[in-house]
Design a protein around this ligand. Structure first.
Ligand SMILES: C[S@@+](CC[C@H](N)C(=O)[O-])C[C@H]1O[C@@H](n2cnc3c(N)ncnc32)[C@H](O)[C@@H]1O
Length: 566
């Protein structure tokens, strides 16, 4: 990089926007509300409820192999997968491909959802979900973010911030339409964009070869031999070499034109030679095997015969023109306005994953990503917050995939006959309610449900081992929906193994019992719900990033209302 003298600049290159360091609360009706990072409504870790099982799933021991269709806001669902110990161990760092096709923020409205957010709302909504996706991605995983021109330029800067500019791999241009009405004010837009970022340098993409088009074949592969059509290529490269690659062969001295020999190895034919074979021996073998065409006229150079069959096809690059948008007659069309073609997902999934890998889409809409992943024998997690969309599109579609009756293009391409299954989960309602301005426990948060909700907030693995309901390392958890006094503490201690510590949460605490616990089992704690959980949210929000807090408090002076509809 060119050095600039003088005072060195500080700070980093980033996109700023209104309320960048605040958070957004997603409401059931699809609107968002600005709030502070420590607000329980955004900090809470929601439980995930089993709602249904479709097709066949695995035994409890292999539960992580199940495909999941989760109904709820993507942020809640991703936070639960990241934070609930019973999910985190199976999903954090395990997602090989995240493909997301969020609302593009076109300023319009579709039959199934509105697509008009104020830019700052859209950017914050995306940033928060991208951060969670980053934690879920495997070290060799990648994310593909599908957008159009409405936000793609701003989104790329946010992606740089979340995934690191060094992990940007490419932008795939998908030409989705061929014709547009005559351009008067602007040129007709015919494409959408996919921003591709890797989690780290370890991510590898699998090359995909497409057949050559007829015109190209005719112009390049006009000649044929016993291996079929071939084109001619160089057997030399620029630069004089002192070794045997710079010495004459077949009467030609490559150094005379400042070049040296290079030996391609078609079909591994050269592997038959000893490791120390000279360049001339390799060229002789290539000639014997029919891979070299000697010139007819003196002074011309031998050429390499590049066979069409060995080339295989054109490698897929970053401009995709061969996948059509779904037309009204397409068999896989479900009347979901923004449904993407299965062949698009087929290509992405085959480039970014191997069979058995885990694919995530947290804006799954009609279920395209999950349907294709299932048919390509990948595991999947899909999230969608519209109940209507889940019930009328994703669930029936994925059930048909399991039954082998769906009409998608990938069914035909792969010969898919059905099989497997998936679990349907719901993001559980909040464990809190607001009563007269005070945050209290919701009506459902009692007994076992309260115990599970507390485990979720404090990162304990739930267990059914009365009087205990969770554990983390040597800590055992008891949740008491009522007063914790000395009697309760004595009872709990009488059940506690000698080498373990006690964590007690109660809705009311008699201060005397704190001393008792401190004396009887040092390192044990007693906390009051919901207060201590609410305090933890604020503390965690502060700890996450001091910079965040500074900027958030500046921004919090005047939170502006979020505009959510057009
Ligand atoms: C562009 S569509 C996805 C279409 C999908 N790729 C397909 O082929 O059917 C975006 C989807 O994201 C959903 N969505 C929007 N905001 C969401 C959020 N915060 N959490 C989860 N889903 C959301 C919308 O309801 C919509 O179904």
């Amino acid at each position: 990089m060119t050095q600039v003298s003088g005072v060195q600049p500080s700070g980093r290159l980033e996109l700023t926007w209104t309320n960048k360091y605040l958070r957004l609360l997603a409401h059931e009706n699809g609107s968002y509300e600005w709030t502070h990072p420590g607000d329980h409504r955004v900090a809470e870790v929601r439980l995930l409820n089993n709602v249904a099982i479709l097709g066949s799933t695995h035994s409890d021991r292999d539960r992580s192999k199940d495909n999941l269709l989760i109904r709820g806001d993507a942020l809640h669902a991703l936070t639960s997968l990241t934070s609930l110990p019973e999910f985190a161990s199976d999903y954090v760092g395990k997602i090989k491909l995240a493909y997301i096709d969020p609302p593009f923020n076109t300023g319009g409205a579709f039959t199934q959802y509105d697509d008009s957010l104020e830019h700052s709302v859209w950017l914050t909504m995306m940033r928060d979900r991208l951060v969670q996706i980053r934690d879920l991605l495997a070290h060799d995983g990648a994310i593909w973010l599908h957008l159009d021109d409405s936000e793609v330029h701003r989104a790329r800067l946010v992606m740089d911030e979340v995934f690191g500019a060094e992990n940007y791999r490419n932008t795939v241009i998908w030409r989705r339409t061929t014709g547009k009405s005559a351009a008067v004010h602007s040129l007709g837009t015919m494409h959408e964009s996919l921003l591709v970022y890797a989690k780290s340098a370890a991510a590898r993409f699998r090359p995909i070869l497409l057949p050559y088009d007829e015109k190209y074949l005719k112009s390049k592969y006009g000649q044929s031999d016993e291996r079929g059509p071939y084109r001619l290529g160089d057997l030399t490269a620029d630069g004089i070499r002192q070794g045997d690659s710079g010495k004459p062969w077949a009467g030609i001295d490559p150094s005379s034109k400042g070049r040296h020999w290079v030996c391609p190895n078609p079909n591994g034919v050269l592997n038959a030679l000893p490791r120390n074979a000279t360049t001339q021996e390799k060229l002789d073998l290539l000639l014997d095997e029919g891979y070299v065409r000697l010139p007819k006229e003196a002074g011309q150079w031998p050429q390499f015969k590049r066979s069409l069959n060995e080339e295989g096809g054109v490698a897929v690059g970053d401009i995709w023109t061969d996948i059509n948008v779904l037309n009204s007659q397409a068999k896989e069309r479900l009347r979901f306005d923004t449904q993407k073609p299965e062949l698009l997902l087929d290509r992405i999934i085959r480039i970014a994953t191997d069979p058995g890998d885990l694919v995530l889409d947290c804006f799954v809409g009609s279920g395209t990503t999950a349907a294709v992943a299932q048919k390509l024998n990948r595991r999947w997690v899909a999230v969608e917050w519209s109940r209507d969309t889940i019930e009328n599109f994703a669930m029936p579609r994925l059930s048909a995939v399991v039954a082998g009756t769906d009409q998608g293009a990938v069914t035909k391409r792969t010969g898919w006959k059905g099989g497997g299954g998936f679990r349907v989960l719901d993001v559980h309602p909040s464990m809190f309610a607001v009563d007269d301005g005070r945050v209290v426990l919701a009506d459902w948060a009692t007994g076992g449900a309260l115990a599970e909700a507390v485990c979720a907030q404090i990162g304990y693995s739930p267990e059914d081992d009365a009087p205990f309901c969770g554990h983390r390392g040597r800590q055992r958890l008891a949740v008491v929906n009522g007063l914790v006094n000395e009697g309760v503490v004595q009872l709990l201690l009488s059940w506690l193994p000698d080498n373990e510590l006690l964590t007690v949460y109660g809705t009311a605490i008699d201060p005397e019992c704190r001393n008792l616990l401190a004396t009887e089992r040092r390192g044990s704690t007693i906390k009051r719900i919901p207060q201590s959980v609410l305090d933890d949210y604020r503390r965690q929000a502060r700890r996450v990033d001091t910079l965040w807090l500074t900027l958030a408090s500046e921004a919090s002076a005047k939170p502006t209302p979020a505009r959510t509809g057009s």
